[in-house]
Write a protein that binds this ligand. Sequence first.
Ligand SMILES: Nc1ncnc2c1ncn2[C@@H]1O[C@H](COP(=O)(O)OP(=O)(O)OP(=O)(O)O)[C@@H](O)[C@H]1O
Ligand SMILES: [Mg+2]
Length: 590
Amino acid sequence: MSLQCACSVEWFNAQGIVLKRFKSSSSTLLMTRNDFRDIFIDLTADKSVVHRFLLKDIAVHKRFASDGKATINFKSDKAMLMISNAPVSQLADFLKTLFIKVTAHKDSPQVKIRERLFAVKRSETEEISPINLKDVGRVDKKLEGPSTKKKKLNNELVNHDVKNGYLINFRDKLTNEQKEIVDAINANYNIFFTGSAGTGKSFLLRYIVKTLPPDVTMVTASTGASACLIGGVTLHSFAGIGIGECTIERGIEMASKPQVAQIWRRCKTLIIDEISMVDGEYFEKLDKIAKAVRKRDEPFGGIKLVLCGDFLQLPPIKQGKPRFCFQTATWVQCNFRCFNLKFVHRQSDSEFIKILNDLRIGKIEPDTAIKLKATAFNLMEQNGIAPTRLCCRTADAQMINQKKLFELPDKEYKFQAFDSGPTKTLDEHTPVEKYFVLKSGAQVMLLKNISISSGLVNGARGVVKSFDKNGFPIVQFKCGNLVPIKPEKWIVKTPSGQFISRQQVPLKLAWAFSIHKSQGLTLDCVEISLGRVFEAGQAYVALSRAKSLESLRILDFDKKHVWANPDVIAFYNKLDRMVKSDKIYALGKQ
Ligand SMILES: Nc1ncnc2c1ncn2[C@@H]1O[C@H](COP(=O)(O)OP(=O)(O)OP(=O)(O)O)[C@@H](O)[C@H]1O
Ligand SMILES: [Mg+2]
């Protein structure tokens, strides 16, 4: 079990004074065991073992493990090992193995001192074996009894199944086509992966982020809403050149300011979700800026790119004909390895999936139109929860929410966020508003995963039934639960590595949303009016938010509202041909 990370070690004397220090930005920690069954961590830097720490009498601090950091205090060695820039999933596995092996070791037969002294040959070490059922059994026994961790949630006791929990490998949750992309990223290619709505692109990105070293990986998306879904920031806030309407010379000047330049230079992998909404001209500008600031002539100054999105969904927001990233010379130079995910996870009904796949390319069979028109009669109101209206324009959605809230007769409850950090940045990078008002009867959407097993997930729809004595809303959800909703915290890591946060009740008014704001979401029940559609792909984005035909109501379906951009169709035809023939590089303008 090994871990690639940055390490810093301090050795102390009995008085706690530092005697010696060691630091390396690129080291490997390897868990080993010798013939006497002692367990160690070997710290390797520059291909040689710098130090071997005995795993006995240790304390592990893992509060910042989600940022790739942890500290191990070797009390008997009087040494402190500080780990940073470790891929989050690798670090979690490493600490999990360490916990299991050390705990299981306490129960395993110990080699007597006499045997050690009389051993004929010097004891040799080898890499420790992965966690096995015997280890887990020993740990299970230790954790049984009154100390078993139990978590109380909405009056329902959730028992953490230690055995299953320790053996779960998160990679196993990925499909084979998703795993193939992870492997290509590890093999150092520039990657573009696409796929229709709900094929798990953002799901996969969240996994990928955890496998990369956090200090040098910039996680971004074209819009704030999609950045929130992958725990990243907007591409604009990473790039540090405003919205990019400046000249290239001015852009380079802005990005050369020390704080911004430092971020560009530190970045080794740049991840961009919802790439379809990134303007081609802006993409080219970023390439030139990266080259200038990093003083390297390779595409994006040598930064590895992981791009993801569906060009048949929303295009860049710009006056006139859009220019997509794949239509630029930069795209060709990046020599992307392309992948097209096919398996749809959001919907399970094969008929609806077929309809959506047809709509995506602007194709409408006569019986499709009939089926979609028939959804206008779907009755979806349940437990007082009305479907969310998806509007073509943001102003329409805002007006509906305000009007409906105003019409409710009951008392207003106000919710003010507690922010630590600039309001503007938090507004952009968290899905929740700094200030909002609710009343009994308000239609709401949950903005955090509270309990995945109970269906209380980001996007779950509900209605406010009442307020508890502290003024927090009690919400009836579509999944049947009646739950008091308490404030939650969103932590945002800014491109400079600073953490800022917003604490707020995780709800938002949900009578209506704009289609643009719904991109990337999975919604419980939606009502759509397509009369004011103004973009290619907009109708497809709206319809593909629904999980089934039954949870969808289209008020005014007309096939003239559905069309796909012919340039994008041509791009995808070529992509599919190339993926099939395994020529998956350099796709773009040639
Ligand atoms: N391998 C998987 N196993 C189980 N569920 C998955 C898997 N991949 C994705 N999902 C689920 O499928 C749903 C859609 O995934 P996701 O939002 O990542 O799709 P997407 O391709 O990003 O869609 P969009 O194009 O609309 O942004 C989510 O609820 C996600 O949790
Ligand atoms: Mg997505």
